[in-house]
Design a binder for this molecule. Structure first.
Ligand SMILES: [Zn+2]
Length: 91
């Protein structure tokens, strides 16, 4: 009589433990993926404007060294930030 109850309780505890671990994992992953950058001048969080692939048609003068350009802008002081990712960034 008590055993099924105990088993059910154990299952609930294990389930909650898993859910909590997954929640923590995704929270950390999300923080890593969407880590924000702040303005060099006024320290306000920058707004992501877009990523641009660098190719022969787009910014060809950069294509030897870089593969992607990210545009960010500051909503407070209106500074623009361009981030150039090297071609071999993850080698
Ligand atoms: Zn700023």
């Amino acid at each position: 009589m008590l055993l099924p109850l105990f088993a059910a309780l154990l299952a609930i505890i294990i389930y909650l433990g898993c859910a909590f671990a997954m929640y923590k994992y995704f929270l950390e992953k999300k923080q890593f993926l969407y880590e924000q950058m702040n303005c060099w001048h006024c320290n306000t969080e920058l707004i992501w404007g877009g990523d641009q692939s660098i190719s022969e048609d787009c910014l060809p003068h950069l294509q030897e060294e870089y593969s992607m350009m990210t545009n960010l802008s500051c909503p407070k002081c209106h500074s623009d930030v361009e981030v150039l990712m090297p071609k071999y960034a993850y080698d």
